[in-house]
Design a protein around this ligand. Sequence first.
Ligand SMILES: O=C(O)CCC(=O)C(=O)O
Ligand SMILES: [Fe+2]
Length: 140
Amino acid sequence: MRGQRSLLMHSFHVDDSEVTLNVCLGKQFSGGTLFFRGVRCDEHVHSESQPEEIIDYSHVPGRAVLHRGRHRHGARATTSGQRVNLLLWCRSSVFRELKKYQKDFSKWCGECQREKKERQRLAVGATKLELFKRLHKPTS
Ligand SMILES: O=C(O)CCC(=O)C(=O)O
Ligand SMILES: [Fe+2]
């Protein structure tokens, strides 16, 4: 049971928080690396990570990491010693109420941003092609 719980604790997830503070209290340990794989909205929570979103961080006793709750993350298994962390999941009821009316997540979701850029790239390509065709249209 303990094994199952710790497996769940460390698996890849987003937090039910706006921001999370993860403080490494120690003690002596190896392993337990935190890994981050991009910020995602509900719709894109299972989408692939882009290379620039791949961040691994070896936590240091006495230091804290502050990250968005929607930043997908996990912690690798502790391979030796004892790893003790203090987690604060900070929620904002005002933000959650406003989020219900928000349709555009593209500003903070990495996948929404990627899709938006791709749409823009295709639109620019189509416009260039159209201009090219017009310029090179045989005159009759
Ligand atoms: O073990 C850790 O440092 C991360 C734990 C975590 O992300 C969580 O409990 O939400
Ligand atoms: Fe977490």
